[in-house]
Design a protein around this ligand. Structure first.
Ligand code: AMP
Ligand code: ZN
Length: 476
């Protein structure tokens, strides 16, 4: 156990309080994170909701827990409206592109996995797909039916929220107000607007690419049931931590809790609910349908290291909204390069730690910050301070940073010293960069892209800055 991490305090949405984390069956800890709906690219906001649980998982690993990390792939059942109407997002994307639902799902799953890796996220231990867990979902709906929590309409099987006395508790909902306000979209015959689909029948005359037989007819599972069924399959009927974006509290997680508690007869189902606040993409989030979404590649195209986005994310507390700007990620990129530069110098200086107490003083501050409801900005500040601290020798600095990198995830052990700006050091490359600039000015983007690609192939990266392009040899 690192010094300072003896007490890990973590905010839990269900109890609306910060509580000291206690695993229900130590040293095992199960974490479930709601994953991507794989019909389109995951934007940087989505990725924030992956980065935060990655940090939490790494903190728990550092605290010597045996963590099983599960995040799912939603490849069926998520309808266009988060309620129970409209088309299935994956089917719709397939129809629009002329590819199969399976191809669409595979494509975006791979993109997401690549982006996660580029952001330094550890691979999930289990990555279950909803469409591959239909039996588990049907079994859970059957259990709910047996226990009297469902009713059947023409278009499917619904969960009856009135059958669960604690339905409103999780998100502090006012069900009476919801029933009259019209803020929840209605399927006409539902008994209460908050009732939600567990199984949807394929509409008459429609042929879906993804549909299965069930006791209620041919169709497909509702969106919420997949997470309950897959979490139960891989983590058991109760587990310690469930995470997701804050937008999921009122509907998706409320429904997960209701159906899990009723089907499994448990309460509370999950020990800690950790919700990531939104990355405010402001004007930067472009429409998914246009295909110009702000994604990891957008950063790379601007010469930014994807890990700069990880650094940027760590600079804010996960329960605070964070505003995205390219300038802020550019600043994070600069800070990251500086940190890597110091770390590599300390690492490569070699030598042994002669003053373990000084090392531990920094380590204690670093881990205590993380133990304080994941105060990553404070932890990052300590690491940055240690990287250039006068009271530490190189071996001590490296000891602090190597330890911190277990959570920071910047790959410091293998990092190469970054050369932030190599402009002016090579006439040929300077010439090519200038050629690309003229091509861009003439709107000859084919040439501009070709020059950039040629340079990239030899490990040279062009960085567009507000004062014009610079270039550097890639750090990786
Ligand atoms: P989806 O693919 O739409 O199911 O979303 C995947 C995850 O991203 C969910 O946990 C959402 O809550 C989360 N999410 C969506 N938008 C944002 C955002 N702007 N900032 C942070 N998380 C987000
Ligand atoms: Zn979920």
């Amino acid at each position: 156990m690192p010094p300072g991490l003896e007490d890990l305090r973590l905010y839990d949405t269900r109890t609306r309080s910060v509580r000291t984390f206690e695993a229900s069956a130590p040293p095992a800890v199960g974490i479930y994170t709601c994953g991507p709906t794989v019909y389109a690219p995951q934007h940087l906001g989505n990725m924030r909701s992956q980065l935060v649980p990655d940090v939490l998982r790494r903190v728990l690993l550092a605290a010597e827990y045996e963590v099983t990390y599960v995040t799912n792939i939603t490849d069926v059942g998520h309808l266009v409206s988060d309620a129970d109407e409209g088309e299935d997002k994956v089917e719709q994307a397939a129809a629009a592109s002329g590819r199969t639902a399976t191809e669409i799902a595979a494509h975006w799953t791979e993109q997401w996995a690549t982006d996660r890796a580029r952001l330094g996220c550890l691979e999930p231990d289990v990555l279950p797909k909803a469409a591959s867990h239909i039996d588990e979902q049907i079994a859970m709906v059957e259990a709910l039916e047996r226990l009297g929590h469902t009713y059947v309409l023409d278009d499917g099987v619904y969960f009856d929220v009135a059958s669960h006395p604690r339905y409103a508790e999780f998100a502090h909902l006012d069900l009476a107000e919801l029933a009259t306000s019209g803020r929840v979209e209605r399927v006409e015959e539902k008994r209460h607007p908050a009732d939600f689909a567990l199984w949807k029948r394929t509409a008459p005359g429609v042929v879906r690419q993804q549909e299965w037989d069930s006791p209620w007819g041919r169709g497909f599972p509702g969106w919420h049931i997949e997470c309950s069924a897959m979490a139960t399959r891989y983590l058991g009927s109760r587990f310690d931590i469930h995470t997701g974006g804050v937008d999921h509290v009122r509907v998706h997680h409320t429904n997960e809790v209701a159906q899990s508690e009723c089907a499994l007869d448990v309460h509370p189902w999950v020990g800690w609910w950790v919700h990531t606040e939104f990355l405010d993409l402001g004007g930067a989030k472009m429409s998914k349908s246009k295909g110009d979404v702000l994604v990891v590649d957008t950063l790379v195209e601007r010469g930014l290291d994807p890990l700069a986005f990880r650094y940027f994310t760590l600079q804010a507390h996960y329960r605070q909204q964070q505003a995205f700007t390219f300038e802020a990620v550019q600043a994070a990129d600069t800070a990251l390069r500086r940190l890597i530069g110091h770390a590599v110098a300390a690492r490569d200086a070699g030598g042994a730690v002669t003053d373990p107490e000084r090392v531990d003083a920094y380590r204690r501050r670093f881990w205590a910050a993380l133990g304080d409801d994941l105060n990553t900005s404070q932890a990052l500040a300590v690491a940055s301070e240690a990287s250039k601290a006068d009271d530490l020798g190189p071996a001590e600095r490296w000891a602090v940073l190597a330890d911190a990198d277990r959570v920071l995830g910047f790959g410091l052990a293998d990092a190469r010293s970054p050369l932030p700006d190599d402009s002016g050091s090579d006439e040929r490359i300077d010439g090519l960069v200038a050629e690309r600039e003229s091509a861009r000015a003439a709107r000859d983007f084919a040439t501009a892209d070709r020059v950039r690609a040629e340079l990239a192939a030899e490990g040279v990266e062009i960085v567009d800055t507000p004062t014009g392009p610079t270039w550097r040899h890639r750090a990786d």
